[in-house]
Design a protein around this ligand. Sequence first.
Ligand code: SF4
Length: 306
Amino acid sequence: MRITNKHGVPETIVRAVQDDEYDKGDSVLSVTQLISPPRIVILQSVNQHNLEVDVVNRVPALLGTAVHKILEKGSKDLPHYHLEERLFDVVRGWKISGAVDVQIDNGDGTWDINDYKITSVYSVQSDKPEWEQQLNCYAYLAYKNHGRRLRSLKIVAILRDWVRKQAELKPDYPQSQIAVVDIPLWTFEEQEAFVEGRVLLHQAAQKAVDSGEPLVYCTDEERWVRGETWALMKEGRKSAVKLYDNQEDATRAAKELGESIGLNPGHYVEHRHGSPIRCAGNYCLVAGYCRQWQRSLVQGSGDGSG
Ligand code: SF4
């Protein structure tokens, strides 16, 4: 992947970004890839030599590396802290791997896993299913590699946009710039079923591509579609009477209005697609190579449904 420097940032930063220490060993999929949409993973692999990213878009990854250096320093002389161990397993014939930030030996036969992230306040206040998936994949690997039984999974979140004033005003705002988020720990059977299911999904996508079939589309959830609405419309009127965030409520309202004015209801429901934040917002590296997204742009829908 080529790193560009369109904003003329200092050479030190460019070189730090270029010196990426990320290495997934000889595995086919890292945990990050495993939980990512198969379409993104395959398009990245096929286009890896053509992809380019500007150095400023690598700042979050760069900060992540910086945090890991701090972590190394802070864990020195703590022998029960095991840092950044890459763990492997072979699932359905594919080798997978994950590098776990911190595994803590509790001394009673149980272990904790901590993952460090630089993230936003919004992230720790929202549902993050990918955090739950990622850490449970690590727990799965820790058990498969060492028989480690997990007691807890935690995200240690360093909040880059934390504002002290907000913390003073709102009790439900994170009260410190470092928030520790408990992540639900699945049973080993649930972890195993999840990992195997994801490997099968990626294998099916790869098989389709190898045999010349179209690559599976990303789902709305994978494209981070936001703002999908169902508009209650009235014949002869351009704007919506009311917007609903689900089809059932909109349909019920149209029906009730229709019934209330007798034989000439004149009301109908119009589905309005949301916007795929991941495709449109510079979050997907392969957007320029993705027919699903490019086609929707050409069709003018901009929602990736084309
Ligand atoms: S651009 Fe959108 S649809 Fe295409 S691979 Fe990326 S997330 Fe998926």
